[in-house]
Write a protein that binds this ligand. Structure first.
Ligand code: NAD
Length: 505
């Protein structure tokens, strides 16, 4: 990704979306957007200047009061219309996602469905915003709590789910009455502009939802802008840590979700065929570019490990790799050539550190598309880089441990703690695991335990910085602030001034 000035022969330009319309922007800095299936540049994305960002924040601030004052029921009706229009546009949106990301169309449709579920959740906002009420906390005195929006809130999102991750954020933020600025990944920015257009068609007032493109400069601009009240971030851990530190330093509410290294424990009593199928999808779906991808299988006992490798090896070798429109492909290319080189260097380092490379996905690399085959390692050890770091590619490592306690200790010692899973037929093993494991999202015979929209998503340790998980009721709490009201409507009694701490009578 370059940040070069306007090119002499630009491909089509992607626009910002500000104040209810597409805005070309100054285009003084810009980046290339690739079709990872061909390796060709298909579009240019303008990087907004800090002045453009400021104008965007002012537009959102101007739109905020009327939207915040709109009854939640009417805000919900916009969400209902948006949900229908989004579903109708899902083929177009899936194409926009896949063309710039590279994931298969079926996978892109899947991410839209998971995002739609959050819109459906947000449609219930009148109920979700209900506060608590006490009659007669004192004689003739009632108390109640209300949740009110924060103002202008921002979402900064990663490349790997260009529709779903923004949809984790803005439906709830908007339904709560906030104005929203989305800063999508500069690698696949088109989906966000399409979503903005659909929101506009659904009747969202101009300026309530805006999309501004850019790189770290615009992220830092959002983090320090006094007009932004809160920031939701999803991306890699170093950036998440930075966003949390900088945002809170500037007095903002911040939730920053980071990277992952998700383990799946395979117990000796697991249905191995089922576990292997689950692992294949969870490790290699979307070419491993998922924050909930399983990148480490923890085999309990050597016999389990041997049987697991025997079943995995032919399946990894048989993975079908193709462009996003290839309906037979299991997975597409990686996001950029640079990222593919990084994943290859991890494979190299695993070999160098003594892990056994059972399947090497690096054969036949070409520059026509950023494709990389699936790789499988056995004998991965905790001190290796391929164990400690997030690879974010189609590489699955197997670690061997003697028993469940060792598996739990191993997982609890890892710096990342996003998701994990156990495959077993034993209820007591599953219960011991779910209770003792120190990870934010846990699956039992479920490889990708991404919570439904009416629960909340979030990891622990270096996988999340902040106090709130994302979407679900946690999302409503994040995008609102609580106000407690104590009220008395005097009838005829006049109250004399009281100078001691008031108590209820
Ligand atoms: P990234 O951290 O490189 O980028 C995320 C966002 O931050 C982008 O909008 C980008 O423009 C911006 N950014 C990048 N570098 C920056 C910097 N130095 N300063 C300020 N802003 C910066 O992440 P990515 O490569 O787009 O996405 C992959 C990562 O996201 C993986 O680590 C993955 O695990 C993580 N992820 C996490 C979750 C989760 O829910 N925990 C979900 C999806 C992806």
């Amino acid at each position: 990704m370059s940040a070069s000035p306007r090119s002499a022969t630009p491909a089509s330009w992607i626009t910002h979306w500000v104040g209810g319309k597409a805005v070309p922007g100054e285009q003084t800095r810009a980046g290339d957007v690739f079709d990872p299936s061909t390796g060709e540049v298909t579009a240019r994305v303008p990087f907004a200047s800090l002045e453009e960002l400021d104008a965007c924040v002012r537009t959102a601030r101007a739109a905020y009061p009327a939207w915040a004052a709109t009854p939640p029921l009417r805000r919900a009706r916009v969400m209902f219309r948006f949900r229908d229009l989004l579903e109708r546009a899902s083929d177009e949106l899936a194409e926009a996602i896949s063309r710039e990301h590279g994931k298969t169309l079926a996978d892109a449709r899947g991410e839209i469905v998971r995002g739609l579920e959050v819109v459906e959740f947000a449609c219930g906002i009148p109920d979700l915003l209900k506060g608590e009420h006490n009659e007669s906390v004192g004689t003739g005195v009632d108390a109640f709590s209300i949740r009110q929006p924060l103002g202008v809130v921002a979402g900064i999102t990663p490349f790997n789910f260009p529709a779903m991750v923004p949809l984790w954020m803005f439906p709830i933020a908007l339904a709560c009455g906030n104005a929203f600025i989305l800063k999508p990944s500069e690698r696949d920015p088109s989906a966000s502009v399409l979503i903005a257009r659909i929101l506009h068609e659904a009747g969202l007032p101009a300026g309530v939802f805006n999309v501004i493109h850019g790189d770290r400069e615009i992220v830092d601009g959002l983090l320090s802008h006094p007009g932004v009240a809160a920031v939701s971030f999803v991306g890699s851990t170093p950036v998440a840590r930075h966003v949390h530190l900088e945002g809170t330093k500037h007095g903002k509410r911040v939730q920053a979700l980071g990277g992952a290294k998700n383990h799946a424990v395979i117990m000796p009593d697991a249905d191995l065929d089922d576990a292997v199928n689950a692992l294949m999808g969870a490790a290699f779906g979307s070419a491993g570019e998922r924050c909930m991808a399983i990148s480490i299988a923890v085999a309990v006992g050597d016999d389990t490990a041997d049987r697991l490798i025997t079943k995995l090896e032919p399946k990894v070798k048989a993975l079908r790799i193709g462009g996003y429109s290839d309906l037979n492909a299991d997975m597409g290319p990686l996001i950029t050539g640079e990222h593919r080189s990084k994943v290859c260097s991890y494979i190299e380092s695993g070999v160098g550190e003594g892990a056994s490379l059972v399947v090497d996905g690096r054969g036949g690399l070409s520059n026509k598309g950023f494709f990389l085959g699936g790789s499988l390692f056995d004998g991965v050890k905790p001190q290796m880089r391929i164990y400690q770091e997030e690879i974010f590619g189609p590489v699955l490592g197997v670690v061997r441990v003697p028993d469940l306690d060792a598996a739990i200790d191993l997982i609890n010692a890892h710096t990342y703690a996003n998701g994990t899973a156990i495959f077993t037929r034993s209820g007591s093993a599953a219960r011991a695991f779910t209770s003792a494991i120190e990870v934010g999202m846990v699956g039992v015979n479920v490889p990708l335990p991404v919570p439904m929209a009416f629960h909340s998503f979030g990891g622990w340790r270096s996988s999340l910085f902040g106090d709130h998980h994302i979407y679900g009721r946690e999302g409503v709490r994040f995008y609102t602030r609580l106000k407690a009201v104590t009220q008395r409507w005097p009838r005829d009694v006049q109250h004399a001034a009281e100078f001691s701490m008031p108590t209820m009578k």
